[in-house]
Design a protein around this ligand. Structure first.
Ligand code: FMN
Length: 322
């Protein structure tokens, strides 16, 4: 068993969390399996209707009595904080706040509901701000991660955040898939890892088979950092790039964001058609970690393998260097 400040504070067996990926990239099944296996499963609530969030939470609660989390992208969903806290998640997971948002008030509400607050950052000064506002855990997310990302690579941002908020547990995110990654994160001073792309390529993830297969097929070098997804959706995402697969749709619109903003309707129709005719050509958010993912597995197996491999590396390989 790997015991860290994160496992102790959140009362989970393993220092592994599945990312609260919004827009329908998590399911209650996925979250319940991760938590029941001893990790922390997190529902991605952003851009989902309230009844779907409720379904995911109740499915996860059917599968496990262990802690779960629910995630909100604060810049887009601050009006949903009360709705989410009413589910009394053990962990209220947040990310991507605007500078003008009052984190202290939001985090205090979560604490009043008995939730721990876990906030994701891509810069050390944002970690300091979140801790000053009362965050209990910080996720330091590096640029190789999937979805929306910042500018700094994982090794650097994790060290920067660990140094900046020494008294608070830190999870490392961006690029992690296996036990070697977890062992490395612990060596960097983190208290565990949070994984997105790896959990998309699981049996329980509610995304299309073509998406999962594209992750398995990717060598990581075919992901790109772009703002195309936000030009397309029309969302004003503060401070973020997005990392996604370089598909036909992405190639066609890259460098033409102003036109994309003007022709959104046409682009939506094109995307819908592509997704029906050849899903491989559509829009698939994933990190460079796709280059380390070789098969689609049950989520519980992912959790168990990461922890077992990390333990083996810490016990057998690392001591040989001393
Ligand atoms: C499809 C997708 C959707 C995501 N949605 C969210 C989200 O709604 N909220 C959030 O905090 N992070 C979100 N993330 C980012 C993850 O929290 C995490 O930082 C990232 O996946 C880590 O990198 P990895 O993919 O290499 O594991 C998303 C990531 C992906 C791939």
């Amino acid at each position: 068993m790997l015991s860290t400040r994160f496992t102790e504070l959140i009362t989970v067996d393993h220092p592994v969390a599945s990312a609260g990926m919004g827009g329908g990239a998590t399911s209650g099944h996925l979250v319940g399996e991760v938590s029941e296996a001893g990790g922390l499963g997190i529902v991605g609530a952003s851009f989902l209707p309230p009844e779907e969030v409720a379904q995911q939470v109740s499915r996860a609660r059917e599968l496990t009595s262990k802690p779960i989390g629910i995630n909100l992208l604060l810049h887009a969903t601050e009006d949903r904080v009360d709705e989410i806290l009413a589910f009394e998640p053990e962990v209220f997971s947040t990310a991507w706040a605007r500078d003008d948002q009052g984190l202290a008030g939001i985090f205090a509400k979560a604490h009043e509901c008995g939730s721990r607050v876990m906030h994701m950052v891509t810069r050390a000064d944002d970690a300091e701000r979140a801790v000053a506002a009362g965050a209990d855990v910080i996720v330091a997310q590096g640029n190789e991660g999937g979805g929306h990302i910042g500018e700094i690579g994982t090794v650097v941002i994790v060290r920067q955040v660990v140094k900046a908020v020494a008294d608070v547990p830190v999870l490392a995110a961006g690029g992690f898939t296996d036990g070697a990654g977890l062992a490395a994160a612990l060596a960097l001073g983190a208290d565990g890892v949070l994984l997105g792309t790896r959990f998309l390529a699981t049996e329980e993830a509610p995304v299309e088979p073509a998406y999962k297969n594209a992750i398995v097929a990717s060598d990581g070098s075919d992901t790109v950092m772009s703002t195309l997804g936000d030009s397309f959706s029309g969302r004003d995402w503060p401070g973020a790039w997005g990392r996604l697969l370089r598909t036909r749709f992405v190639q066609e619109w890259s460098g033409r964001e102003p036109e994309l903003r003007r022709r959104r309707e046409r682009a939506w129709a094109q995307l819908e058609e592509l997704e029906q005719s050849n899903a491989d050509d559509g829009l698939m958010w994933m990190g460079q970690s796709a280059g380390l993912i070789e098969s689609i597995k049950p989520a519980a197996e992912v959790v168990r393998e990461i922890v077992a491999d990390a333990e083996r590396i810490l016990r057998s390989r690392l001591p040989t260097f001393l």
